[in-house]
Write a protein that binds this ligand. Structure first.
Ligand code: 13P
Ligand code: SF4
Length: 322
């Protein structure tokens, strides 16, 4: 078996029905496939469970499968491994990183914490195990406001690494004593307010749905702000028929599937060839890589045990508070 550049690089035998084979291998190996809403439609369609970052980490913590195939990015697989060290956790392409996680390295974050003593450290789940190990409470976009709100108002908070989510939490909770790390996700930073307003002009009946990783100027024009799962739930329950969706394009697949009579328009970034905004990392996961990872049980996520134990505390605290 060849692992080339972070994934199993083996040809699929001719005539293989890849979807049937994935189903068979899953049963044979007692494996579960967890997929984030940002993965490509065909990956979402073969997953046992699709969710946002919070739901996926909850599922990873409770599953009794022996092997977790994480169709998502590296920090998601790492979080699953931290919670389930006895399981084999596989991310089908280890190149599936995250620009937001990359914007905060543990060494610099440790210095930031050291220079601001007395602060409670809250980190977004989009971070490495090294950053989680420095953190008091992990959060995701669906529970960040709730977690911050549950702390006494006088408690001083360091929030990292997403400046847009941090500023959004600060404005919703009215907290003054929050220090925010200056990181961002390249996908959500790139949405163009001008193009969104143009779309709104062309579609005045459309509601704007935005993820809190977007810039403040965009959140201000949104009709609803929430995590991917919250945006989907809003679209499912709301009575409008048209939406401009300002988050990664993968979520449109579930939105359209669950609401065949509604219209979902992807918001474009500043420069776009496809008219929508894709996370290049999420889109690295495809059926061939999933098939090969099931077949060869690779490439696995490994974490140093001492680091895992330190990182686990902050994730468990989030799960208890969610
Ligand atoms: P949620 O899954 O919390 O909506 O976050 C989106 C994201 O950017 C995941 O990488
Ligand atoms: Fe990271 Fe942004 Fe991709 Fe999410 S969409 S995985 S935050 S780069």
């Amino acid at each position: 078996m060849k692992i080339n550049n972070g994934y199993v690089d083996e040809p699929i035998p001719q005539g293989t029905d890849i979807i049937k084979e994935i189903e068979r291998l899953k049963k044979e190996k007692n494996a579960i496939i967890l997929a984030h809403y940002y993965t490509v439609p065909e990956v979402q369609d073969i997953a046992d469970f699709i969710g946002d970052s919070l739901a996926l980490s909850q599922k990873a913590a409770e599953t009794d499968a022996d092997m977790i195939i994480f169709a998502g990015v590296h920090f998601m697989g790492e979080t699953a491994k931290i919670l389930s060290p006895g399981k084999k956790v596989i991310v089908p392409d280890l190149n599936a990183g995250c620009s937001l996680s990359e914007s905060c390295n543990p060494e610099d974050f440790a210095k930031f914490i050291e220079s601001n003593p007395g602060y409670t450290v809250i980190s977004y789940v989009n971070t490495s195990a090294g950053v989680k190990a420095l953190t008091d409470i992990v959060c995701t976009s669906s529970n960040a406001v709730k977690i911050v709100d549950s702390l006494p108002r006088e408690e001083k908070i360091i929030f990292g690494p997403d400046r847009n989510l941090g500023n959004y939490i600060k404005s919703v909770t009215g907290r003054e004593n929050m220090l925010i790390w200056d990181g961002a996700c390249h996908v959500h930073e790139e949405f163009s307010l001008e193009k969104i307003l143009e779309l709104k002009k062309e579609n005045p009946d459309a509601k704007i749905l935005a993820h809190p990783e977007c810039k403040k100027t965009i959140l201000l024009v949104a009709d609803y702000v929430g995590s991917t799962a919250a945006l989907l739930e809003f679209a499912n329950k709301d009575d409008a028929v048209k939406y401009i969706v300002v988050t990664e394009s993968g979520i449109l697949h579930q939105m359209m599937k669950e609401n065949p009579d509604k219209i979902f328009i992807p918001a474009p970034p500043i420069d776009s060839t496809c008219g929508c905004n894709d996370c290049i990392f999420m889109k690295l996961i495809n059926l061939k890589k999933i098939y090969n990872s099931l077949k060869y049980k690779a490439p696995e996520i490994h974490i140093d045990e001492e680091l895992r134990v330190r990182a686990e505390k902050s994730i468990r605290r989030m799960l208890e508070m969610s």
